[in-house]
Ligand binder design. Sequence first.
Ligand SMILES: [Mn+2]
Length: 311
Amino acid sequence: MLGDYIEGNFGNRADYGSPITAMADFERHEPTIPEPIEGGPDGGRRKFRTIWISDVHLGTRGCNAAMLIDFLDNVDSETLYLVGDIIDGWRLKKKFYWPAAHNDIVWRIMKRAKRGTRVVYIPGNHDEMFRQFTGMNFGGVEIRRAAFHDTADGRRLMVLHGDEFDTIMLAHRWLAFAGDAAYHLLMSLNNWVNSWRRWFGRPYWSLSKMAKHKVKNAVEFISHYEEVVARAAGERGVDGVVCGHIHTAEHRLFEHNGKSIEYWNDGDWVEGCNALVEHADGRMEILHWPDEVARRNGAQVTDTASLAKAA
Ligand SMILES: [Mn+2]
C-alpha cells in the first residue's frame, strides 16, 4: 500500500488523495482542560529560574495528573528539566492507558518549549525507550542522557534520573518491578495488621514484623542510594546532584574528599507531588504542591472573608 503510494500515479488526484485521508486519523487534540492565560486574573505564574520534575508516570493510574496540571498552570521557569520516568513505558506495554489529562500534560510541556522555556528531557528507566534519541531535539525538547546545570550563584550540579545507581535495578530488573508492587502491598498490609492488633491486643501472625523489617530495609536502601549518588557526583568534581527515581524528595549534604556535596531529589507526581525549584538568586527549594494548593485556597478563603466584611 505504501509502495503504491510512493510509486503510484501522482497525476491522479483521487489516488493521491487516499493516503492523505488515512493520515487524518492522527487528529490534533487540543488540551481538554484549557491552559489559563498567563498573567491572568489570578495574578500570573510564579517565576523560577529552574524547575525539576520527575517520576510523573504518565500512562498509569498512579499519576496525579490533576495536581501536575495545577502545578504547570501556576509556575513558569527559564529552564525545565524532566528528570525521567515521565511516561511509564513498562505499564503502557502491558495495558494502554492514556486519559485526556495525561495528553494535556504533554501539550502543556510542548507549548512551554514553544514559548521559549528551555526543556531538557532526561529519560529514566520507565521511559528508557526515549534514551535512543539522546542528543536529538523534538519540538524544542532536548533529549539528554544526563545534564550539567549551573546555578545562578555558580554551583555546578549533575542532573540525571538515577536508576544508574540503583543496585537492585542493575542486578535484577524483574526484582525492581516486583519489589515495587510488593512494597506497596506490604505497606498497606502493615496498616491493616496494626489495626487488627489494636483490637486483639497481640498479633497472631508475624506479618507486621516482616512488614516493619521491609520498611526498615527500604529506609536503609534510600539512605544508601542517596550516598552512592552523592559520591558519584563528588567523583565527577561537581558541587551536587539532582536526581529522581526513588520517589523520595530530599535535600542532604554529604562529604567527599573534604568537599561538601549537595544531594537533591525532586520526588514524584504519584504520591508526593513534589518539584524542585531554583529561585533567581540560585537558592533551591523542594515544593510539596498539595501544601501550596492548600495555602493558596486558604488565602482565597481569607480574601473572600475580608471582601464579605468590606461589603
Ligand atoms: Mn525510575
